[in-house]
Design a protein around this ligand. Sequence first.
Ligand code: BTN
Length: 354
Amino acid sequence: MVLLTNMQKTNQNLIKIAELLSDGHYHGGTCVGAHLNISRAAVWKALKKLEQYGISLESTKGKGYLLKSPLILLSKEKIQSLLNLLEKDSELRNQKRAEIDPVVKKALQIEIFEKIDSTNDYLKENLKNSNSKKIRVCLAETQSQGKGRLGRSWYSPFGQNIYLSTLYPFEKDVSELTGLSLVVALSICDAICLMLPSYRKDLFVKWPNDVYINDSKLAGTLIEIQAESNGFCRAIIGIGINVNMTKASKSDINQNWSSLKQVTREYLDRNKLCAHLIMCLMNYLRRFSCDGLSCFLDEWKERDVLLGRMVALSSGGREHKGMCVGINAQGHLLLESSDGPVRAYSSGDTTLLK
Ligand code: BTN
């Protein structure tokens, strides 16, 4: 059992103050308070909190405060209204990309935390209290114990990236979920493509579930599965996307990484990306639930960053090297070694050799 000790739902004043101070102008504490109908002390408390979260504020006597770089915090209302707008988008509807099944939509429950240990652990802890048909989505501004694959940690600075977990029920046996992580990675690419269509050809997937851009990691997925009875199980699907982060030390992230801001040179409103992500994720999960992996194989091939390249796979304490020749129908990685046949691997961690 995981004990969650460090969680707090997002404070609405914090969202409004951050937005107000993001316009590049100074704002006096009294004006901010009057604008939001809160006391000066409440404004001061919120500003202190932002500083504690590592947000750089500038304050000048007689002028007030401003944020050194913009900070648009996550808002459930914004995400929900953006989701409604996306659903009405006729072009997306024609492409069948904007459909959230009405049943799924009714079952969808979104929660946003200002801070949490880990969004995956939160959903895991609450499994017993969750209606088995509900699809829960949990987002956080920062995670104090963000988890990566294979026991690694996931760097989760405040207000910069997306840390999202969803609890999704499947009327399937656990054994039928092979390939789920690949489908989730493809849904992340689709969401980013919808937001930033000119980067469509730059987004790749790295087996089994990373999203890559310029040979650097942009997003990762951590899936934890809870087997239940009679061909029913629930998956906790955790997604981390580097969005506005521009700095991290080697000890924070020790591999090549990138963020959408580094690539586009623009600050992105994460609310928009969250709405696109939730829509695409729900869409891809529904298709996977109905038809399995087969309908995603062509899409994987188009985005496979490893295809035709030399790869090292570390699996079960051993390293295997070979040329990647794609994936099989189960989503297993196919490597052709220099001295033998093509072998399929069901799990492990891949590194591009060149
Ligand atoms: C990886 O590539 O190693 C997987 C990274 C998964 C990170 C996400 S962030 C939201 C969710 N909560 C966590 O603690 N981890 C996942």
